[in-house]
Design a protein around this ligand. Structure first.
Ligand code: SAH
Length: 394
């Protein structure tokens, strides 16, 4: 077995790891072997020399991310087993081999025991995003694991980590195929709804897979409704509304590229009552908010760190107040936050503040979150980031 360098923790700092929390903060570390460099695999030990886990090392506030709680060789076989396990869970969720849905999150970092790694599956094309140097350095072995698990189903692996790695590493890094390529215009299907995916030029890995179940829920409320989908990106919610018989649907996004793809998605799904507007949501709501029975608010993260969470609260309050002031009587508001640093309660309170300002009466219909392929585990509560509320507006 390969000898890996070691980290030894201060007394008592092993406890979170024994509860399977996968992060080791710099302050917990007493001794570090001198020859360690960023991205190395290390072994973690307690002050009493008890083995705790195998981790990726990176000199930062989170210094080690645990990829295994048992002692083992980190090689292609290790990655293959991890990928098999992740895929088996998606199979259990009826996402793998489902002709109606061929897009899902294959690996969701800590939720799959692989901190620092995101992999999304688009009908045989896999978009790989490393958030840690360790995952970046493991990319070739991980790709090998993907080949072994997916075999002939695997069409390509695209490394899109230039936006997700710490800047000092990303600087000379360009996104590239690690295997195969995608030469045709890629179309995927989600719950029977079709979408063009441009994972190279699109945002994040190309599509916001995390809203799949909430898009379905919107579908159930869409019949004969006039729907406004703000922060629409490529029209995920809009296409579901149309497929479920809304009377008309408008998509609003500040990105003209996103609206172009949104319009193409409408054509792809034979939707004729859709219109897209490449404008700012706040401006649009001011002038046109009165026309709708259903409004979806799915903004990008308003806060990326705790110290600016106050700005996010103000943003959510203002946005929700604007939508609520305008929405028709008997309307339905779908409102979301994907800011990890804003917890459920704070989001709920921000929307409530907006509701009070709007002087509308609301009834809570649903409290929603991310789907299970964006796996939340009890040992890692930080993994829950998507929060959604659905209100009936009197
Ligand atoms: N609901 C979408 C995902 C939304 S992501 C889906 O299901 O696919 C957030 C989107 O908000 C991005 O497409 C981004 O371009 C857009 N955006 C950011 N700021 C905006 C603003 N002020 N007005 C309108 N769109 C905005």
């Amino acid at each position: 077995m390969t000898e890996y360098p070691k980290l030894i923790l201060h007394n008592g700092k092993e406890e979170p790891i024994q509860r399977f929390h996968p992060w080791v903060f710099s302050g917990a570390i007493k001794i570090t072997d001198s020859n360690i460099v960023d991205g190395d695999v290390v072994e973690i030990y307690s002050a009493k020399q008890q083995f705790l886990g195998m981790a990726h090392y990176q000199k930062a506030s989170i210094t080690a991310r645990i990829i295994s709680f048992s002692k083992q060789q980190i090689d292609v076989n290790f990655w293959t087993k991890k990928i098999e396990k992740a895929l088996a869970f998606r199979g259990f969720l009826n996402l793998a081999n489902n002709p109606n849905t061929n897009v899902f999150r294959l690996v969701f970092g800590e939720g799959d025991g692989l901190p620092g790694l995101i992999m999304d599956y688009y009908d045989g094309h896999i978009v790989f995003q490393a958030h840690s140097i360790g995952m970046h350095k493991s990319r070739i072995d991980i790709t090998e694991g993907l080949k072994q698990v997916f075999k002939t189903l695997l069409k390509s692996v695209y490394d899109k980590s230039s936006e997700t790695l710490p800047s000092q590493y990303a600087i000379n890094l360009s996104n590239e195929y690690l295997y195969g390529s995608c030469d045709e215009e890629l179309v995927v299907v989600e719950n029977g709804v079709k979408f063009y995916i441009d994972f190279i030029n699109g945002q994040k890995t190309g599509f916001f897979i995390d809203q799949r179940e909430n898009r379905s829920l919107l579908g159930t409320y869409s019949k004969d409704k006039r729907v406004l989908n703000t922060f629409s990106y490529t029209g995920g919610f809009s296409m579901y509304a149309a497929k479920h018989g809304c009377s008309m649907v408008h998509s609003v996004d500040s990105s003209a590229k996103a609206i172009d793809l949104c319009n193409k998605n409408a054509t792809l799904n034979n939707v004729t009552n859709h219109e897209g507007f490449a404008v700012d949501t706040f401006d649009y709501l001011k002038d046109h908010g009165k026309d709708y029975d259903v409004i979806i608010l799915d903004p990008p993260a308003f806060a990326k760190s705790k110290d600016v969470s106050h700005n996010a609260v103000i943003g959510y309050k203002r946005l929700n107040a604007m939508a609520l002031q305008n929405i028709k009587k008997g309307g339905i508001l779908f409102t979301f936050s994907c800011s990890g640093v804003i917890d459920k309660k704070l989001f709920y309170n921000s929307v409530t503040a907006g509701a009070i300002e709007s002087r509308r009466h609301l009834k809570l219909l649903h409290t929603v979150s991310q789907p299970a392929d964006h796996t939340i585990t009890p040992n890692f509560p930080e993994g829950e980031y998507l929060k959604g509320l659905v209100f009936y507006v009197e």
